[in-house]
Design a binder for this molecule. Structure first.
Ligand SMILES: [Zn+2]
Length: 205
C-alpha cells in the first residue's frame, strides 16, 4: 500500500498491528479519525497512554485493577475459600456477570500452549499453588475454555494440586468443545458453574 503521507502510514501501521485489523480497515479508521474534533482524538490517544502508564494488577488475584487489591478481593462478603481459576479478565467478567459465583478468582494471564512456547512458568501457576498451600482454600474451580490449551492447563494444574487436601472441580461441560468461555451466554455459564463436577470425573480412566 502506497501512502501519500508518512503520518498516515505510521498511524495505519500502528493500528493494523492490532489483532483482526488489516491495513484497509486501519486506513478507514485513520481517515475517520481525521474527520473528528482534534480534542476527541487527543482524548482517544491519551486514554491509551494513561492505560499503559497507570495499569495495575491486583496483587492477590492478578486481575486488572485500579487499586493495589481489586474490589472483589477486598470484598469481605466474598467466600475466600473458593477460588475460580480463569484464563483472563474477560472470562472473569463473564463469570461475574452470571451472579452465580460468590468466591474469589485467580487470573492465570494465559493458558499453557507448547505450540506457542507458553509454559507453566509464563502464567500465574506457581502463585496459585502457593495460595492453595497457604491453607485458606477449600475448593478450586477450573473455568478454562474447552480448547486443547484449556485442557492442557487444567490437567497440569490438577497434577500440581491433587496432593493438597482440597476439592478440585471443573465447570460442567454443557459448553461445546472448543468454546471460548467469554462468548458463552450468562445462563449457560452460570449453570455450568453451579453444577460443577469433581475434575477427576473428566479424566478418562
Ligand atoms: Zn483481586
Amino acid at each position: 500500500m502506497n501512502f501519500p503521507s508518512k503520518l498516515v502510514e505510521n498511524a495505519v501501521t500502528q493500528l493494523s498491528s492490532l489483532p483482526g485489523i488489516g491495513k484497509k480497515s486501519a486506513l478507514r479508521l485513520v481517515l475517520h479519525m481525521l474527520n473528528q474534533e482534534k480534542q476527541n482524538i487527543n482524548q482517544f490517544g491519551n486514554s491509551f497512554i494513561d492505560l499503559i502508564n497507570n495499569i495495575n494488577y491486583c496483587s492477590e488475584c492478578y486481575s486488572i485493577s485500579d487499586q493495589e487489591i481489586c474490589e472483589i478481593c477486598s470484598d469481605h462478603k466474598r467466600d475466600r475459600s473458593t477460588i475460580c481459576v480463569v484464563e483472563d479478565i474477560r472470562v472473569m467478567m463473564a463469570v461475574e456477570n452470571t451472579l452465580q459465583f460468590k468466591g474469589i478468582y485467580h487470573v492465570l494471564g494465559g493458558l499453557i500452549s507448547p505450540m506457542d512456547g507458553i509454559g507453566p512458568s509464563d502464567i500465574k501457576v506457581e502463585e496459585l499453588v502457593q495460595k492453595v498451600q497457604n491453607g485458606e482454600v477449600k475448593e478450586i474451580i477450573f473455568a478454562l475454555s474447552t480448547t486443547m490449551e484449556g485442557d492442557t492447563t487444567n490437567f497440569y494444574l490438577f497434577r500440581r494440586l491433587k496432593d493438597i487436601n482440597i476439592k478440585i472441580s471443573s465447570i460442567a461441560r454443557g459448553i461445546a468443545i472448543g468454546d471460548e468461555l467469554e462468548y458463552t451466554d450468562e445462563i449457560t455459564l452460570g449453570t455450568a458453574i453451579s453444577s460443577r463436577l469433581p475434575y477427576e470425573n473428566s479424566l478418562s480412566k
